[in-house]
Each structure stands twice: as structure tokens, then as C-alpha cells.
Write a protein of this length. Structure first.
Length: 284
């Protein structure tokens, strides 16, 4: 498997437009897999594991298996959807805290091409499809939690169901997917004309413009009884102006700012974890 750095180099050295297009797809759609740390492995060892298959019509062109993990057997179901280049184990501190609540069952999974799941390339829908499969098999959760791209995947997945979770929690959510792609191409020093060519290729392939994948338009109906957004107004990964625009559109959302907690570090931030635990305790 080619590493992220190799894919970045291929983008930078590509001169032929078609070669560059292919290199950009392989670069933008490639999640980095980081190994689990010992405390993460210890938590996974406590879980009941399951494997399910979903179709990947975008890259592998066949069904691929994703890995899921279940902790507890309570009646209060809590599902978690991780972000890009992440995995279920990255919720270790959150899961450990939530297992202290009464009567809970927690389910997390590795999206395709992430963690221990099959696949090499991924996209938003390869996060959505596993979540839909889990809901269909295990039922609608009381609480659905998503981080970063996982927060957008949750909103998309819930459109397929008539029932709603009691609580949807979005942690440092991605708002405009196009901005993420642009940031990656800027990092690779891609020329503006080549960026536009890739966005056109995205439209030709998916039959949807990348602008469609924007929470401000995807979020047309309240997907849960209550929606709580935890964020960092100094998020180093996502411009706060995008989230601010989304929140202004939806004043009904309950929000809490953990300034300087960090886009990824927030998942381990003690103040955030305590607030999350308190929120779910109050819901019971």
C-alpha cells in the first residue's frame, strides 16, 4: 500500500492532466491508518466484535467488510462514528467514561479503509453505509455521536430512517466538504485550474457537485429530537466561520464551546468528556 507521503509526492510531480487527476483521487481519498496505542487495544479487547459487509461502488467495486465493536448489553444504545483518518479506538477515553453510565450498550465501528476495516480508499458514503447497516441490524440508538466527518455522515445516514435518536451529538463537525478538499490540494500546491478540473471530475463521477456535501444544505430537517454541538472556536482544522454560519441557520441547536481543546484532542479533553458524560446522565 502506498503511503500518504508517496501519494502526496505523486501529486506534486504529476505533469500530465490525466495523471494528476488520478493522483489527486488517490491522495484525497486515502485515509491514513495510525496504529492503536496500548490503552486503545486494551479497550478493544473488552469489546464483542462483529463484521458486516457493505458495497463499495466507488473504489473497490465490490462488497467490503467493516469491523464493529460492542461494549455492554444495556437498553440505552449509544453509537459513535469517527472522523477521517480515524477509527473506533480513537473514542477510547469517551467510551471508557460512558461505560460508567447505567444500562448502556455502546457500538463503534471502523469505516471502510479506516482502522481494521477493508479498503484502501474511502469517502463520506463509505462512512454512511456501515452506519446504516448497524442501525438496520441493531436498531436506532438513543444517542448518536459523530466526530468531524463522522458528524456529517450521521446526518446523511439518518435521512434513510423514519425514526430518530433522542440525542444527536456532533463534535467539531465538518461543515463544507469542499473546503477540506481544497485544503488538501493547497497542501499539495495544486494549481487553481487543476483544482477546478478535479472538482469537475468529482461532479462527473458522483453526479453531484462537491458543494452538495455541505451541512447547511444537507441539514434540511432536524434529524434527532435534540442536537448538541460541541466545538472549538479556535479549531486548527476547520474554519470557525463555516460552523458559525451553520449555527446561525439553526438557533435551535444546543452548543458548547471548548476553546483551544483542538479538533482531535477534544476527544481526550477531560472537561469535554465530563460535559458529555453529564449530558447523557441527564438524558436518562
Amino acid at each position: 500500500m502506498k503511503t500518504y507521503k508517496q501519494r502526496l509526492i505523486e501529486v506534486k510531480k504529476a505533469e500530465d492532466p490525466q495523471v494528476l487527476l488520478k493522483a489527486l483521487w488517490n491522495y484525497i481519498s486515502f485515509p491514513i491508518r495510525l496504529p492503536n496505542r496500548p490503552h486503545q487495544e486494551a479497550l478493544l479487547a473488552e469489546a464483542s466484535r462483529f463484521s458486516m459487509q457493505v458495497e463499495d461502488p466507488y473504489f473497490a467495486m465490490k462488497a467490503l467488510s467493516f469491523q464493529g465493536y460492542i461494549w455492554g448489553s444495556g437498553s440505552r444504545k449509544i453509537y459513535l462514528t469517527h472522523g477521517w483518518s480515524s477509527k473506533a479506538a480513537d473514542f477510547t477515553e469517551i467510551i471508557t467514561a460512558l461505560l460508567l453510565l447505567d444500562d448502556v450498550q455502546i457500538i463503534a465501528f471502523d469505516a471502510l479503509a479506516n482502522g481494521s476495516s477493508e479498503g484502501e480508499l474511502s469517502n463520506l458514503m463509505l462512512y454512511v453505509k456501515p452506519l446504516e447497516a448497524i442501525i438496520e441490524k441493531y436498531g436506532m440508538p438513543e444517542v448518536l455521536i459523530g466526530h468531524s466527518l463522522g458528524a456529517m455522515a450521521n446526518v446523511v445516514a439518518l435521512k434513510a430512517f423514519e425514526t430518530q435518536p433522542k440525542l444527536l451529538i456532533s463534535i467539531t463537525p465538518v461543515i463544507e466538504l469542499a473546503d477540506n478538499f481544497t485544503g488538501m490540494m493547497n497542501h499539495a500546491s495544486v494549481h487553481p485550474a487543476d483544482k477546478e478540473r478535479w472538482f469537475q471530475d468529482f461532479l462527473d463521477y458522483y453526479k453531484l457537485p462537491v458543494s452538495y456535501f455541505d451541512m447547511k444544505s444537507l441539514y434540511s430537517e432536524l434529524p434527532a429530537t435534540k442536537h448538541l454541538v460541541f466545538y472549538d472556536d479556535n479549531d486548527e482544522m476547520l474554519p470557525f466561520a463555516q460552523l458559525e454560519g451553520f449555527l446561525l441557520q439553526h438557533p435551535e441547536l444546543i452548543t458548547r464551546n471548548f476553546s483551544t481543546a483542538g479538533h482531535y484532542r477534544i476527544l481526550r479533553d477531560p472537561a469535554f468528556i465530563e460535559a458529555l458524560k453529564d449530558t447523557l446522565s441527564d438524558l436518562s
